[in-house]
Design a binder for this molecule. Structure first.
Ligand code: GLU
Length: 548
């Protein structure tokens, strides 16, 4: 049977060759060592932390090497497609500061290597399929679902490996006449690879993250084009990554098991290999055990979560670098003030055995990022966050810029800055006592100071309160009050001889703090009073003892 006759019969409309496409999409003119990476999401509507983790590795690899990071939408499965998904992908990545140099956009493509929507590349895939038919490396398969089910149950019976391969592959050796007859009768067909693999033979390939991999060759006659002429992921990505001149394919570990197929396809098409980099799944500690982050159980898997909670994108980026590269934390300690972009990211330093994702650790990282950020930037960020997710806070935040800047600056700029600020929701909660409607007592009064005593402290405090006292003058007065009432002037005096005192000055200021702030710990109380203003300060102190 002539392969050429078959190829022309199946693909009469294809007149280009793979060489034509290779010439149309020539090697990119980039500096030596530049990496070309891509994100290839399917538009299913759910973009999660794992995508961001991979995308961040892509972005770093490309941008630190003067290369290109592009977006390709893998929309070959119409059934799974969700409206608005591309917009969601673009806006989520944009939020986290991941910007593509080329690729799919909302209104089409930008770049010389498109189309970047796989659904628009059918002719390209068909050209490559025609080429494989021509070389005898592929064939049409007319098996119906029922026939495939028969093959499966026969394999179960005989204990053979499942799949379409070897002697199980009924359509592998159809004659041209048999094929022509089926085509004449409009029998639907797929195009399959004519596998040359042998499962007793191993191939070796260097994974950018996992090092040298050895796996048995693929033996399956996998589907290349489905009945509608649309390719499978396997076939499409091999062609696209070549034509888009991708150097590194960073993708989830779920693709590792189909690597033998991709190697076989790349070989059949005589294409160069990109560097495959298979990331690990994101895990979390659930009690004592580590488990995969789950869409159902873990809201933090969804990227919305970070936007809604109001994590600053820089904090998330910084945290992702921490889990992406094992040497990042050390670098950060040595270079606290350098932008994270200066860190040299490498796939070799990525974990190959499960990456632990931990919200507490993210919060710790965020504290460090926020403490380095200036007040104005935090304020602007809070406004943007509130405008999108907490409209109810806008009236409180928007009109009060000068006050808010003062609040955000509290105790953050000295030698030992407080690291109180973490993310939008938490920051608002942390400063909420400044807003009269949100002020409430959260911590209990100190247990050892009974009510009468407490009221006495507060009444006397109010009697001596002078809003124009400076910080030292104010604290001297608090100390004086403490001593008058039988408390030690210094905690260490109390520690030395507790029998001499009711407590120490700290206990007295805790009472005042709870009256003003509703919590037993806060930034500097004098500064808080100055921001609250004299009237509100007096009102809160008074209210706290007259109402109880
Ligand atoms: N479309 C594939 C997915 O959604 C992308 C895999 C890859 O990056 O090659 O998982």
């Amino acid at each position: 049977m002539s392969n050429k006759t078959l190829a022309d019969l199946l693909f009469p409309h294809i007149d280009k060759t793979p060489d034509d496409y290779a010439a149309l999409y020539p090697p990119r003119k980039l500096p030596q060592g530049a990496r070309v990476t891509r994100l290839g999401p399917s538009p299913t509507g759910f973009i999660h932390l794992g995508n961001l983790y991979g995308a961040f590795a892509d972005e770093r690899l490309a941008h630190q090497s003067g290369g290109v990071f592009y977006l390709r939408i893998e929309d070959t499965d119409e059934k799974r497609e969700v409206e608005g998904a591309v917009e969601a992908i673009l806006s989520a990545l944009d939020y986290f500061g991941l910007h593509f140099d080329e690729g799919a956009t909302l209104d089409g493509d930008s770049g010389e290597y498109g189309p970047y929507y796989q659904s628009q590349r059918a002719l390209i895939y068909q050209c490559y399929a025609k080429h494989l038919i021509l070389c005898g490396e592929a064939y049409p398969c007319f098996c119906t679902e029922d026939e495939l089910a028969d093959i499966r149950s026969a394999q179960e019976g005989s204990g053979d490996n499942p799949g379409y391969y070897g002697t199980w592959a009924r359509c592998r050796d159809l004659t041209l006449d048999e094929i022509q007859e089926r085509l004449a009768n409009d029998v639907p067909y797929v195009i399959r690879l004519r596998s040359q693999g042998d499962s007793a033979r191993y191939f070796h390939i260097e994974d950018g993250i996992r090092g040298l991999l050895s796996m048995p060759e693929n033996t399956q006659d996998v589907v290349l084009l489905k009945q509608n002429g649309i390719p499978t992921y396997h076939f499409a990505h091999v062609i696209d990554d070549f034509l888009m001149r991708t150097t590194h394919v960073i993708r989830g570990e779920e693709w590792l098991s189909s690597l033998p197929i991709h190697v076989a396809l790349t070989n059949a098409l005589a294409l160069p290999f990109p560097v495959y980099c298979h990331t690990t799944v994101l895990m979390k500690l659930d009690g004592e055990t580590k488990r995969k982050l789950s869409k159902r159980k873990d809201p933090e898997l969804s990227l919305d979560y970070y936007q809604k909670q109001g994590y600053h994108p820089l904090a998330v980026r910084e945290y992702l670098l921490t889990i992406l590269n094992s040497n990042f934390e050390e670098w950060r300690l040595a270079n606290p003030d350098r932008p994270a972009e200066e860190f040299i990211f490498s796939t070799e330093k990525m974990s190959s055995s499960g990456t632990l994702f931990d919200l507490d650790k993210l919060n710790d990282v965020s504290k460090e990022v926020m403490v380095r950020m200036d007040d104005q930037e935090i304020y602007d960020f809070l406004l943007r966050w509130a405008a999108s997710y907490r409209d109810d806070l806008m009236p409180l935040l928007a009109g009060e810029e000068a006050t808010l800047l003062r609040i955000l600056a509290m105790d953050r700029h000295g030698d030992k800055p407080r690291k109180d600020l973490i993310y939008g929701e938490q920051i608002f909660d942390f400063i909420s006592y400044f807003f009269t409607d949100h002020f409430k007592q959260i911590d209990p009064w100190p247990e050892l100071i009974h009510q009468e005593e407490r009221e006495q402290i507060l009444a006397q405090y109010l009697a001596t309160y002078d809003h124009s006292d400076d910080q030292t003058g104010w604290f001297d007065k608090v100390r004086e009050l403490a001593v008058q009432l039988g408390y030690a002037a210094k905690p260490k005096d109390y520690k030395k001889s507790p029998e001499l005192y009711k407590g120490h000055v700290g206990d007295v200021s805790t009472v005042i703090r709870i009256a003003l702030v509703g919590r037993s710990s806060s930034p500097d109380l004098w500064e808080i009073q100055q921001i609250l203003g004299e009237a509100e300060t007096r009102r809160r102190i008074e209210a706290s003892y007259s109402s109880k």
